[in-house]
Design a protein around this ligand. Structure first.
Ligand code: FES
Ligand SMILES: [Fe+2]
Length: 467
């Protein structure tokens, strides 16, 4: 599809979308329905709408066969070995002569993770610390066994390898099913936001400069990643949720800039969101914020509250498979905020927050780093986004067993997550299977485990929100 042409389809009544769920449904424990379920549903997510995103509801462990950020480049120095877990798959990374290699981090012998005690005898292999099975970094093949070099298993087996693309200070890994053909691996840009100014005609943005992109040669990316204790889907949906502006009213970045936020933002047009499925590009949705397709809400008469004039930062959010957020013109002009919500287990995700700016000279790089360190990281990536992290974790008990997807009662401001769920159901490259033999595959709520480790007992009174 031509990048310059408006494409895909506008948000339309649910019946126009077709989703076929060919996957077997897992049984989920359902809560007892109350009597209100007998009435005609006025929820935006009525039964018919829900049927259009069944695959999404099954994707508790994420979408597989996509590109994900694994580590910042600075976290993997020459000859360093690190282990990560993405979509329930253990992955070991090793950098040799600058090149990063990624293999399944599960020894074929007895299943331990090679990254737990890195052992490398040369530049071509990584050995398992337990009994010495030694795997080729490029092919994953079992090349030898340290103390058993003539065994007939050698050369007949191995571990899956994962394509790597390192750019803008981030190491991306294509997390694939074992049988996904390497020749079918799409370029990284298919799993990243659209680029500007190339897409400026398609998605005009007269109110701010063209957003920087991590594939721009002069782009600098600065950021953090941390583990969030909720399912990756509720994290994604918080990222581009237009109705939660309420939680940010008191944030330091808002108050210190004298921004005045509306009470909410409502969709007022059927084309408030454009979805697109490009043949040679990303799949995503663009929210036409700061246009007449969304209306700021300034007053609630019932509550007797109002906002006198809105004065905030103009921004726009778009969202892409497999779970990538672009916030244009945020938190400052000429900067774009990227976020990834990388599934680790079905109740943890790695929250990536990266600010990207094009810097033409070394001086501009230094200025950006200084601004990042002194203002942007503490006020935007931490202060502001800490509220989001908390909100996601607050949803986990409701969605954790899968029944929340049926019981939630969505309204018209939730058009964004519903549009995303349908799009993701249609266009994902595969639904990750539940993890086996990895962190999180044996169930225990990570939130409760954290409480236990912090010495906080189960409690009768609800814990108060603090942010
Ligand atoms: S478990 Fe890896 S060599 Fe035995
Ligand atoms: Fe937020």
């Amino acid at each position: 599809m031509d990048e310059q042409q408006p494409s895909g389809h506008e948000v339309s009544p649910p019946e126009e979308d077709k989703v076929v769920d060919v996957r077997a449904k897992k049984p989920v424990r359902r809560r007892t329905k109350d009597s209100s379920d007998a009435k005609p549903s006025v929820r935006l997510n009525d039964q018919k709408t829900q049927s259009q995103y069944e695959p999404y509801k099954e994707a508790a462990w994420g979408f597989i066969n996509h590109w994900y950020p694994a580590v910042f480049s600075s976290e993997l120095q020459e000859d360093q070995v690190e282990g990560v877990q993405i979509c329930g798959i253990p992955i070991v990374l090793r950098r040799v002569d600058g090149q990063v290699y990624a293999l399944k981090d599960r020894c074929v012998h007895r299943g331990v993770r090679m990254s737990a005690k890195p052992m490398c005898f040369n530049k071509e292999t990584i050995s398992c610390w337990y009994h010495g099975f030694t795997f080729n970094l490029k092919t994953g093949n079992l090349d030898t066994i340290v103390g058993n070099p003539d065994d007939k298993l050698i050369g007949t087996t191995g571990v899956t390898t994962y394509p790597v693309h390192e750019v803008c200070g981030i190491v991306f890994v294509f997390v694939r099913e074992d049988e996904f053909p390497l020749e079918d691996v799409p370029p990284l840009r298919h799993d990243l936001p659209v680029m500007f100014p190339e897409s400026s005609e398609r998605f005009p943005h007269p109110l701010w400069p063209a957003a920087p992109h991590i594939l721009h040669e002069d782009a600098i990316g600065l950021g953090i990643h941390r583990t969030g204790e909720s399912n990756w889907r509720v994290a994604c949906e918080n990222g581009f949720d237009n109705a939660h502006i309420l939680i940010h009213q008191d944030n330091m970045i808002v108050q210190s800039n004298n921004w005045v936020l509306p009470l909410g933002i409502r969709p007022v047009s059927n084309d408030c969101i454009t979805t697109f499925e490009d043949d040679d590009g990303p799949t995503g949705l663009m929210q036409w914020l700061f246009s007449d397709r969304w209306e700021p809400i300034l007053e609630n008469k019932k509550l007797g509250i109002s906002v006198n004039g809105v004065n905030g930062r103009m921004y726009r959010t778009s969202f892409y498979l497999p779970g990538v957020l672009l916030v244009e013109n945020w938190p400052e002009e000429y900067i774009a905020q990227y976020e990834w919500y990388v599934p680790i287990t079905d109740d943890t995700y790695e929250y990536w927050e990266v600010l990207v700016k094009r810097c033409a000279t070394p001086e501009e790089v230094e200025q950006f780093k200084y601004r990042y360190r002194t203002v942007l990281e503490p006020m935007a990536l931490n202060g502001f986004n800490d509220c989001d992290l908390y909100a996601r974790e607050s949803m986990q008990d409701f969605y954790g067993d899968g029944s929340g997807w049926d019981d939630e009662q969505l309204v018209d401001t939730d058009v964004s997550p519903i549009t995303w769920r349908k799009l993701a159901s249609r266009c994902n490259r595969g639904i990750a299977k539940p993890g086996v033999g990895v962190n999180g595959s044996v169930k225990a709520s990570s939130l409760r485990l954290r409480d236990v480790s912090e010495g906080v007992p189960s409690r009768y009174f609800v814990r108060k929100v603090e942010f």
